[in-house]
Design a protein around this ligand. Structure first.
Ligand SMILES: Nc1ccn([C@H]2C[C@H](O)[C@@H](COP(=O)(O)O)O2)c(=O)n1
Ligand SMILES: [Zn+2]
Length: 196
């Protein structure tokens, strides 16, 4: 058995807390977990100038359009039987579902670079900055069009390159004992190491 452990001095401030950018991008990725799209789960998180989250969204069917009845296919004999006419993109949902009066001067954190349609909504809503994780559709005309519009409208956009590729949420962590001299030897970590 591989034994691993970590020390935590509970008298000192934690050093391994999430940065703001990690926190907001992780919020976007967590929202994406709600998506029913079998191929692409995209999340978006809108943050105001006070670093408050004012909107979260993920790609899904419009309200009232059952995600058990509308199609999730990428291809079909008829375009009407693909998802593309129906699905609301994460960015659009985050903007329309905002919990503030407006999203002026906000930043949107999004897993995938916005398409041209979302770029228009982002610009019109007053969002000033786009932070994205992936630009995997960079070669598509929709992405190029979005970039042209962002450039013309003076919207700042930049790719977030994470320091860690994973953030683990462990629901059991809240029950770990934290004593002043504690060295945790946590079962899950041991199991993970054994599986390596
Ligand atoms: N910035 C984006 C890009 C895409 N989406 C959504 C729209 C679809 O549900 C899915 C793309 O489907 P695919 O062609 O990859 O099968 O992702 C979004 O919400 N935001
Ligand atoms: Zn879009």
């Amino acid at each position: 058995m591989v034994k691993t452990f970590f020390h935590r001095d509970i008298n000192k401030k934690r050093e391994d807390f999430l940065s703001w950018t990690e926190y907001f991008m992780a919020t976007a990725f967590l929202a994406a977990k709600r998506s029913k799209d079998p191929c692409s789960q995209v999340g978006a998180c809108i943050v105001n100038e006070d670093k408050k989250i004012v909107g979260v969204g993920y790609n899904g069917m419009p309200t009232g359009c059952s995600d058990d009845q509308f199609p999730w296919s990428k291809t079909a004999e008829s375009e009407l039987d693909t998802k593309y006419f129906y699905v609301c993109h994460a960015e659009m949902n985050a903007i329309v579902n905002r919990n503030s009066a407006d999203v002026k001067n906000c930043t949107i954190y999004v897993a995938l670079f916005p398409c041209n349609e979302c770029a228009k909504i982002i610009i019109q809503s007053g969002i000033r900055e786009v932070v994205y994780m992936s630009d995997k559709h960079a070669e598509k005309a929709a992405t190029e069009a979005a970039k042209r519009m962002f450039d013309a409208a003076g919207i700042k956009y930049w790719q977030y390159i994470p320091q860690n590729s994973k953030i683990v949420i462990d629901f059991t962590e809240i029950n770990w004992s934290k004593q002043p001299t504690d060295v945790h030897l946590h079962e899950n970590i041991i199991k993970e190491m054994e599986n390596l």
